[in-house]
Design a protein around this ligand. Sequence first.
Ligand SMILES: NC(=O)c1ccc[n+]([C@@H]2O[C@H](COP(=O)([O-])OP(=O)(O)OC[C@H]3O[C@@H](n4cnc5c(N)ncnc54)[C@H](OP(=O)(O)O)[C@@H]3O)[C@@H](O)[C@H]2O)c1
Length: 512
Amino acid sequence: MSPPNTRKDRGAAPCTLVIFGAAGDLTRRKLVPSLYNLRSNGLIPNEFAVVGVARKELSTESWRESLSKDIREFATGKVDDAQWAWLRDRIHYSPGNFDDPATYRRLGELLADVSKKQSTGSSVLFYLSTPPDSFAPIVKGLGAAGLTKDADGSFRRVIIEKPFGRDLDSARSLNNDIRSVLREDQIYRIDHYLGKETVQNIMVLRFANGLFEPVWNRRYVDHVQITVAESVGVEGRGNYYETAGVLRDMVQNHMLQLLALIAMEPPVSFEADAVRDEKVKVLHAIRPMSPEEILVRAVRGQYGKGLVGDKGAPGYRTETNVSPTSATETFAALQLFVENWRWAGVPFYLRSGKRLPRRRTEIMIRFRMPPQLLFRDTAVGEIEPNRLVLHIQPEEGISIHLKAKQPGPTIVLNTVRLDFDYKTFGEPAAATGYERLLYDAMIGDSTLFHRSDMVEAAWKIATPILDVWRSLPPRDFPNYAAGTWGPASADALIQRDGHHWWNGDDDNGGAK
Ligand SMILES: NC(=O)c1ccc[n+]([C@@H]2O[C@H](COP(=O)([O-])OP(=O)(O)OC[C@H]3O[C@@H](n4cnc5c(N)ncnc54)[C@H](OP(=O)(O)O)[C@@H]3O)[C@@H](O)[C@H]2O)c1
């Protein structure tokens, strides 16, 4: 379905943003600084207001004051006083418990008042920046108070934070709950990973260039590796992480989205549903693994103490709010297959972990060897295949690894790297990563948000793995030292197919 107003490089239409969970961490660290950046870039209209809702007893004035301090700490650049004053004067607060119907009545009254005073019209974007068990109660509360009805020419949309469910059943039940109140086109399930410039550029690389499409298939691609490596541990978020683990926190959502972007067919247009239709087909083409397959094609790990760089790092089980006998995985590696005509037989290896040697998100596409090795009788060692590497973070760019003849009288081949660094476009404006997503939700572009079928398709892949892991508690945790690339079983998973993990150029060429 076409959004009511579409992108034309213009500011959003008049609206009010209501943040549930306004006294929380995400609001002050990311959401308010993003709004400030959007306003600085001229993308927020004059007729705009923010209303915060949380149970903390604050007045509008005290919330404004506390955000005025926070913005100095969390803004991504120097704060312009006039620009901040503009936003500050449009910020309001309404205390209340999410379970209390009176909260929504008061909110309705405040919205009417704000709309009159700040000419915001009746369009409202609700942002659920709350613990996940509040998502359904809030949507129901809004519905019961009549706050989700959009009249002609205005919108009522709801952004829902992650995690969206913790397995297939809970995701289905959450979808049912919120869809009993909202139409699918009113729901914006956020994935901040998809707001990253370099992730958005995957589609541009593939579909704005004719060069890659002919080789983007099983005939030329040998395998694909997706790595999301973090050097940090749980950073004081032990409470949350103990209930999640890396499969839920990274793989089910962000990494399967990266895989879908790499493997999807060209959409018929860049309309949100055309793109999402193609992405969901990829997820449907990944057959959920049987328990026997999971034992062979899925690996989990948990870090013990070790060295990250030259700094000592504690083991996961000794982190704050983590059980000393925790079975939570901080590392996972999978071998997946997209069973369609384009990708049949091409393994996609996914790997993510905490306390790995470096922070690095990369997608490496390894091409097949040339059909015949013409150089085998020359002074040429082993020929490495071509690689295309998409660097997502912290490096942002694309590199192609080719063989070239080293200058000189004999034939000596070496690998050269053709590099594109996004910085050559000019230093990007400092951003929190939420600007694009907030702006898209304001203008009604849901391309970068998850649709209900995408979420459920991804849980269909992840849930059987979680089930097997739960029923077979790990006996070898911790099984990798902080500062290493994960357990030996992850190496075995890929070496079985004659490959190696690609750890980046600085790791000796890595993949074969
Ligand atoms: N923080 C991040 O960087 C980050 C990143 C990605 C995703 N997220 C997601 O964003 C969401 C919010 O995260 P957060 O870190 O901001 O959480 P948080 O710091 O715990 O904030 C949650 C807010 O909701 C309020 N709240 C909770 N239950 C309530 C209820 N029944 N009635 C009224 N208010 C209630 C809390 O009030 P009290 O303070 O009184 O409890 C607090 O203001 C979560 O879903 C999280 O998974 C966060």
